[in-house]
Design a protein around this ligand. Structure first.
Ligand code: 13P
Length: 255
């Protein structure tokens, strides 16, 4: 089963408008370096329009994604962004349930599940994040935690919906720490996630789902991760803020 690799840049709450424009133009101009790898830029909501316009101006195939959204299409939800708004801005993807949302903003599996359903209903592809903390890993609970998150976040999705979803395995202890999971540690959890997807739908559906690894991915560790059979791309934080690093990672995944 060949799955198109997908490398997404999660800019988090970084850059200013001028720098967002500059980085987008640099990535768009160098998309050929990514080869067959699909690229996604996920800027802060405030810069989605700027980045979308820069991609449009470059007639670029680089996709746009949000970092979060509400699960309702409109209403009295001060400060939130609705799924149709992301679509309206040209987004094809949206990151959901990132560990920073889970730990700092209290997002639970049922909430991530509601958002995943809303994203699919709106025509957006959710990138659903899961991953254990250091304490959970050291306590031998990685499998239990990831299983609960995958089952909870993707509950009730139809097989036809599930096969469109992107799952990102991001061990919390590897995010922003420079401590990347070993390719074997990552592969082990990716294989677990794929088997869980198989039990939620079918092995055929699970074989279509792209599973990204995230957590301190850099150009110099990306190739070993990319060589693993169940690692289909990367969700990149810090290194996505530099065009050289982001494209270096994309290249390692099949450029
Ligand atoms: P870093 O690549 O900075 O470790 O962040 C990973 C991440 O959280 C991407 O969503």
């Amino acid at each position: 089963m060949s799955r198109r690799k997908i490398v997404a840049g999660n800019w988090k709450m970084n850059l200013d408008r001028a720098k967002a424009k500059e980085l987008t133009a640099a990535v768009a101009a160098r998309i050929a370096e990514a080869g067959s790898t699909e690229l996604v830029l996920c800027p802060p909501a405030a810069y989605l329009e700027t980045v979308g316009a820069a991609l449009h101006a470059a007639a670029s195939a680089v996709a746009l994604g949000g970092q979060n959204m509400h699960d309702k299409p409109s209403g009295a939800f001060t400060g939130e962004v609705a799924p149709p708004m992301l679509l309206d801005l040209g987004c094809r993807y949206v990151i959901l349930g990132h560990s920073e949302r889970r730990t700092l903003f209290g997002e639970t599996d049922p909430r991530v599940n509601a958002k995943a359903k809303a994203a699919l209903a709106a025509g957006l592809t959710p990138i659903v994040c899961v991953g254990e903390t250091l304490e959970e890993r050291e306590g031998g609970r990685t499998e239990e935690v990831v299983t609960t998150q995958v089952r909870g976040s993707l509950a009730g999705l139809l097989p036809a919906e599930l096969e469109k979803v992107v799952v990102a395995y991001e061990p919390v202890w590897a995010i922003g720490t420079g401590k990347v999971a070993t390719p074997q540690q990552a592969q082990e959890v990716h294989a677990l996630i794929r088997s869980l997807l198989g039990s939620l739908a079918s092995p055929a559906v699970a074989a279509k789902v792209r599973i990204q690894y995230g957590g301190s991915v850099k150009p110099d560790n990306a190739a070993d991760l990319a060589a693993q059979p169940d690692i289909d791309g990367a969700l990149v934080g810090g290194a996505s803020l530099k065009a050289d690093d982001f494209l270096g990672i994309a290249k390692a995944f099949g450029g």
